[in-house]
Design a protein. Structure first.
Length: 133
């Protein structure tokens, strides 16, 4: 049984999200519009075990094997990710968009063996075939 206030492994101590969006109803023409969103997420204090370094230390004799012990307890440093989403409506039915995640291409460890993904981008367009009003 866990005492009150005990932190669990593989769960962050805290997370945060900030999202800013700017929209304009008229950009270049009378019927067009656009919006841009910028998001920043932060994850900090994930407690876990470093199995790989412990196994290597035991295998090479740098540390004796202790039954019941299976890794070094570690806690990650803060990981920040910046995201961007933008869309431009040519008409109410047709729009172009771009979406980027981790756009600063930060490779940080969330867990000892889990590296965050690098920058990812998605570009495209959407068309609504049903009549919009």
């Amino acid at each position: 049984k866990l005492a009150p206030g005990t932190r669990l492994f593989n769960l962050p101590r805290h997370t945060a999200l900030v999202n800013l969006t700017y929209s304009c109803l008229k950009m270049f023409r009378k019927a067009d519009k656009a919006s841009v969103s910028l998001s920043l997420t932060e994850v900090d204090g994930v407690k876990s075990y470093d199995f790989f370094d412990y196994a290597l230390d035991v295998a090479y004799g740098r540390r004796p094997f202790v039954p019941g012990e299976f890794g070094y307890p570690v806690q990650n440093a803060p990981v920040f990710r910046l995201g961007l989403y933008g869309e431009y409506y040519i008409t109410n039915d047709f729009r172009f968009f771009t979406q980027g995640s981790n756009i600063l291409n930060d490779y940080s460890y969330v867990l000892p063996s889990y590296l965050t993904r690098g920058a990812a981008w998605l570009f495209g367009f959407k068309y609504n075939f049903s009549k919009s009003k």
